[in-house]
Each structure stands twice: as C-alpha cells, then as structure tokens.
Design a protein around this ligand. Structure first.
Ligand SMILES: Nc1ncnc2c1ncn2[C@@H]1O[C@H](COP(=O)(O)OP(=O)(O)OP(=O)(O)O)[C@@H](O)[C@H]1O
Length: 495
C-alpha cells in the first residue's frame, strides 16, 4: 500500500507547483490504510498545517488516491508528531515517512478510536490531560502559536474534542437560543430539553456546541458516560457490528450512555435499519432520562427519507435554529480565534475579514488562517491591506449578497406576474407556484431563516416556506424541463 501512496505522491509532484508541493505535500506522513473503513490516513504535524492541507489539497489528493488505491476511499488527515509518545498498545506498527523510513512513535491502529465488544469500562473517563501522549516541554511545535494543545485530539472513548468548549464559543443574536439551551442542558441534563435538536447551515457551530456540552458535563462529572458521534460514523459502526455479529454490544454501548451527542443526523436519511436501531436507542435513553442532543442541517420535518416516528420524536423536546452570525459576532469570533492561537489580530483586520466574508464561521476561520500564513511567509505586519491581498481570490468570489426583494422581483418578471403577488394572499395556481419558486431561491441564495422568509412573503408561516422549498426541490429532481428553466432563472438571480 505504501508503494501505491508513493505513486500518488509522484503524481502530485507533477501536478502541484514545487513551491506548494515541498512545504505541504512532501512532509505528509503515511500512517496507514484502513481497509475496513476505506480510509487513507495521513499525518500532519499541527492543526495549522492540517487545516491548510485539508482546505487546499484534500480533494486533489483524494481524487488521485481513489484512482490509485480504491475508488471509494477517503482521506483523513491526523495530527502526527514524530516525537509523539503514544502507549505501545496503540502502536502496532510504525508510521512511514515519504522516503519509506519508519517514523517513530505514531499510532496506525485502524481501530484505535473504536470501542470494542462488551468492554463497557470503555466509558470510564480517565484524566483527559493524561489521555494524550507527549509532554508539552518536549513538544518541538510549542514555539508555534498554531501548535496543537497536546490535549486537543479527540478522546478515543467520548470522541470529544477538548478544545471545543463554551469558553471558545462566541454567542450572539444568531445562536443565542441554541447557546442558552445548551447551557441549560449542562445544568439539568435529561430533564429540561430532551432531546435538544439544533439545526442550521454548514459551519455555523452546531458541532462546536455539541462538544461544548459534552466537555462541560464531563468537567462536572468525571464518570459521566458521554459519546459524541457523527451520524455517518454511527452507521459505519453499526455495519461493522453486524458484520462482526456484535450488534448486542453495539446496542448496549449506546443505550447505557448518560449523554449521546449525534451530529448531522441527516446522514441517516434512507438508512432504514440504522434508523430503526437509533430509534430504540433514542427511546431507551429518553425513558431513562438520559440526555440526547442531535444536530441536523434542517428542521426535523424537512429531513428526507426518515421514519415518521423518528421525526416526531426529534420534535418532542426543543428545536432550535442556529443562524449565520451578523457582522459584530463575526468580528468577535475572529478576535477569539486569533487570541486562541496566540496571534494579536488588529481590529481593522478582523473587521475587514468579517465584512467581506459572510457565509459561515468555517469560512471565516479559513480566511483568518490564510491571512496569518500570508503575513508570516512574507514577514509582514497584519493589516487590512495585507488581508485584502491574502484573500484576493476569495473576495472576488464573494459577491454582494442577493436580497429577497430582488429575488421576488426577478421571479415575478420571469413568471409574468406582479411583484405584489409575492406578498398577496391570491392563490391561482400559477401565482402560488411562482411564489414557491421565489421562496425556494430565497432559501437557496440568501442566509435568511424560514421565519424571516415567511415574513418577507406577506407574513406567511415558516412551515409554508419549508413546504415550498421541499416542493420545488422535488420538482427540480423529477421534472427535467422545470429543472432547466429554474437553472436559467438561478443564473439570472446570481447575476
Ligand atoms: N459561535 C462560534 N464561536 C466560535 N467558533 C465557532 C462558532 N461557530 C462556529 N465556530 C467554529 O467554526 C468551525 C465550524 O463549526 P462547526 O463544525 O461547529 O459547524 P457545524 O454547524 O457543525 O457545520 P457542519 O454542518 O458543516 O458540520 C469550527 O471550527 C467551530 O469551532
């Protein structure tokens, strides 16, 4: 397998300019290929490099590796420090650098993060500081402000990332309700809001809040049985349990938790057997007054290919939307992120980045990393001017936001109806359909929430908007001619 990886590297060397290949791709450490998960594991020395390599090269590396190794493979970057001192049990074989030499001290156990069989002691939480190898004083990256906190990789049992806490989470108007509900859950787990269902667009902090609750509950009660799991990993784990005939252990493991945090539940759409299994876990946990928090990219009723009984259970606690942060909050997030990495970010730079990048926090973080790296490599001071240079291509892509009013007007013109009919109560079929199309594009092309869109369409209820969005999405999927027309309309709207 190493040979195949080296062949991929040779291809990358041909494709990627040398000044990018040398610092970013060449130092990647081959940590192994996990055949059961179809994951190619590559080591990167710190979080800064990990974020950079992931954002800039992940899709290319994956595409090449899929051709060379396995068409269904995915790439996983992991923090790997050569001096890492992990326990021997987690080190079945050495990791290998590009030259094929063994890199000492790396874990390549494909199941290192998995919980096995009926070993339910798995949930006992050791001192988290002690759960990760490497003494800070020996850490060669300590001088680097982006170097990872030695305790920042996920705990293998709880799967919690220790750096995602309430302290590192900025709250404001866009996430106020979600934030306070999460705090309330920490105060009274299993009683107040159960399940707590958080939904919202990508990169808005849902995962962060899940981890924050998990970490806070563990801080209060070391013995709490907590598990964070991405829905896709839950599915994979279940499949493995079925293959290994250990489904009872799997059930027991989840049903004995005190706190279960399930991320991106929409990934279970269409996976009936997994949904069924999850349903029983859900029921068991709730009846034992154990806490569940679930995140999704959409409101429960909008989840596609989900059993009704699950959807109705999801809505039985509290449902809260996380919205995109407004300018002031984006500035606060940037300042906080910079502070966490030990960088002094001038306000003007934070303001410049926040003003120009609006869509989500992940994008903001990426931009911040880029500005800081740009300043470092050129040995220049951080300034708004430098940020403009560093983000030039991103800024060209981010155009002025599209307003609901302009969508209403363009869609009305397109369907040859009056713009006023967008807000009116008139119901002739062609007007109702045009209105649905406009609502659909309002959700697709703006950052507005369902209730805000409803308000802009003559004070309609948010469920009307959700219904419209669903109908038009289905129409696009099933009717080629409609899809073609709406594609043209979309191009016009995007300008
Ligand atoms: N309010 C916030 N304060 C501080 N950091 C935040 C906040 N919101 C998001 N982030 C950061 O932005 C990044 C993306 O957030 P996160 O992964 O939680 O998003 P998400 O909503 O779960 O997205 P996805 O649906 O793609 O999984 C993370 O690094 C997170 O720490």
């Amino acid at each position: 397998m190493l040979d195949q990886w080296l062949a991929c590297v040779a291809r990358l060397e041909n494709e990627v300019p040398a000044q990018q290949f040398k610092p970013w791709i060449k130092p990647l450490v081959y940590l192994g290929y996990d055949e059961s998960e179809r994951v190619l594991r590559l080591g990167v020395p710190n979080h800064f490099k990990l974020n950079w390599v992931k954002s800039q090269f992940e899709s290319r590396i994956e595409a090449i590796a899929r051709e060379a190794i396995d068409p269904q493979l995915s790439v996983r970057f992991e923090i790997h420090r050569a001096e890492q001192d992990s326990p021997p049990a987690r080190r079945p074989a050495p990791a290998v650098g590009l030259n094929g030499s063994a890199a000492p001290g790396a874990s390549i156990d494909p199941h290192a993060g998995d919980l096995q069989g009926d070993d339910l002691a798995e949930f006992a939480v050791p001192s988290r500081a002690g759960a990760h190898g490497g003494s800070p004083s020996q850490d060669p990256y300590l001088a680097d402000p982006f170097a990872p906190d030695p305790a920042s990789s996920p705990d293998s049992q709880t799967r919690l990332r220790p750096e995602l806490t309430f302290d590192s989470f900025v709250h404001g108007k866009a996430n106020q309700m979600a934030w306070s509900a999460a705090l309330q859950v920490v105060e009274r787990p299993g009683t107040s809001y159960n399940p707590l269902f958080l939904y919202g667009g990508v990169g808005l902090g849902k995962t962060h809040l899940l981890h924050a609750v998990g970490n806070a509950i563990l801080d209060r009660s070391r013995g709490a049985r907590v598990r964070y799991i991405h829905a896709q990993d839950y599915f994979d784990e279940m499949v493995r349990a079925i293959q290994r005939k250990s489904i009872q252990d799997f059930k027991r493991k989840y049903q004995q938790l005190d706190l279960l945090l399930v991320d991106d539940i929409q990934f279970l759409g269409g996976k009936e057997r997994t949904q069924e299994e999850f349903f029983y876990t859900f029921e068991a946990l709730l009846s034992a007054r154990k806490q569940l928090i679930i995140t999704s990219d959409t409101y429960p009723k909008e989840l596609s290919a989900f059993e009704d009984r699950l959807v109705s259970r999801f809505g039985s606690g509290l449902i809260v939307e996380i919205e995109p942060p407004e300018l002031e909050m984006r500035v606060a997030i940037l300042l906080k992120k910079a502070e966490q990495s030990g960088e002094k970010l001038p306000d003007e730079v934070a303001y410049f980045v926040a003003k120009n990048l609006r869509s989500n926090v992940r994008e903001l973080e990426g931009a911040l990393l880029r500005v800081i790296a740009f300043a470092r490599f050129r040995g220049r001071q951080l300034s708004a001017e430098l940020a403009r240079e560093a983000l030039k291509d991103l800024l060209e892509l981010s155009r002025p936001p599209i307003s609901i009013e302009s969508i209403q007007k363009t869609v009305a013109d397109f369907f040859k109806i009056k713009t006023a009919d967008m807000y009116s109560k008139r119901r002739p079929a062609h007007i109702a359909r045009a209105r649905q199309v406009a609502m659909y594009f309002a959700k697709e092309l703006t950052q507005k929430s369902f209730p805000e869109i409803g308000e802009a369409f003559g004070g309609r209820d948010h469920t009307t908007v959700m219904h419209a969005v669903k109908r038009i999405a289905e129409l696009r999927q099933h009717d080629q001619e409609w899809n073609r027309q709406l594609h043209v309309l979309e191009q016009t709207l995007r300008g």
